[in-house]
Design a protein around this ligand. Structure first.
Ligand code: FE
Length: 333
């Protein structure tokens, strides 16, 4: 009888646990657009019964909102792009550390916060795209080489106001120090084909139009153009393959400091780093999975394999303000 009773108790405890898990509701503040996150959240809801509500907006707006809401925030998770933004959110105190062996196993150390407040969930490469009509890939080698006078009047860059370029330059500072990096950026500026563009896409379109021969862009912008117009006279080049590797950045997330459901938020983060979600998440924007056991989509894989930098991305945050000042001194608008 005792055995039956304790077995019954165990079943009841399990059922209570389950119903709690099923009635759980999570709120996500996302700087990633709805079409990139909705399929993921739908899949997670279906699998677990956890309801996910989300608000999308620009990264700085969501950060301000989290700060002003403080302990009253309904948000459990913050999702955004670029390690610079994630680092900034962590420093502002709106994220809490999450200790998880699943996240540690699924995400390489260079793509997450050493203090476990944010985790990369998709990996993006900021690489070179060149005109196949006017450039031979043998002319290309590295980000540093784009400062060479051989590229005078041929370089298409996006504005230095974009966090992607701030992170790229911060990582160059981490590798080379300020003096050498400043010389490189001055070289870039003197090689510009046109004033910096407002988007990666515009830099690529300039090259198609004959205004500039090589651009520094995230691969998915190239992928979007390639999908829309197959056979464009553009190709990807992976720089720095014999040195530090291609600049890789992430989109990622962290559990908010005042989450009311930290365990459920952690479970969602863990699921997002796993095989099922990694493809959904990376493929939606033609990015790369962070989880090394997951292969990129065929369309992305066709760009070839490359060595990515394994310098810790927290440097993109730590050195961001130095990078902004350096670009200003170098005349990079
Ligand atoms: Fe982007």
């Amino acid at each position: 009888m005792k055995i039956i009773l304790s077995a019954l108790c165990a079943v009841m405890v399990t059922l209570t646990g389950l119903s709690q898990a099923f009635s759980e509701e999570l709120v996500v503040y996302s700087a990633r657009k709805e079409h990139l996150i909705k399929p993921l959240f739908d899949a997670y809801e279906k699998k677990t019964g956890v309801t996910i509500k989300y608000i999308t907006g620009k990264a700085p707006v969501l950060l301000e909102r989290l700060k002003s809401e403080g302990a009253q925030t309904p948000a459990d998770l913050l999702m955004t792009v670029d390690a610079g933004n994630l680092w900034h959110a962590a420093r502002e105190g709106v994220l809490q550390p999450v200790s998880s062996s699943v996240l540690a196993a699924n995400i390489p150390a260079s793509l997450r916060d050493p203090e476990n407040r944010w985790f990369g969930l998709s990996r993006r490469a900021r690489t070179l795209v060149y005109s196949t009509e006017r450039v031979s890939p043998s002319e290309l080698s590295s980000y540093e080489n784009l400062a060479d006078p051989a590229w005078k009047g041929r370089l298409a860059l996006r504005t230095s106001k974009k966090v992607y370029n701030q992170s790229l330059v911060a990582m160059l500072i981490a590798e080379h120090g300020e003096t050498k990096t400043e010389a490189i950026i001055k070289g870039w500026v003197s090689n510009l084909a046109a004033p910096p563009f407002s988007s990666d896409t515009k830099a690529l379109e300039a090259i198609i139009a004959g205004q500039g021969d090589v651009a520094v862009v995230n691969t998915y912008y190239f992928g979007r153009l390639q999908k829309k117009t197959p056979g464009l006279p553009l190709a990807i080049f992976w720089p720095n393959q014999s040195t530090g590797g291609v600049h890789v950045n992430v989109s990622g997330a962290g559990v908010t400091a005042h989450s009311k459901h930290p365990d459920a938020a952690k479970a969602l983060l863990e699921w997002l780093s796993g095989p099922e979600a990694q493809n959904l998440f990376a493929d939606a924007n033609m990015e790369y999975p962070v989880n090394p056991s997951v292969k990129p989509h065929d369309f992305v894989a066709a760009w070839g394999e490359f060595k990515g930098s394994d310098l810790g991305l927290e440097k993109a945050g730590e050195l961001q303000s130095d990078a902004i000042r350096l670009m200003d001194r170098a005349g990079y608008k």
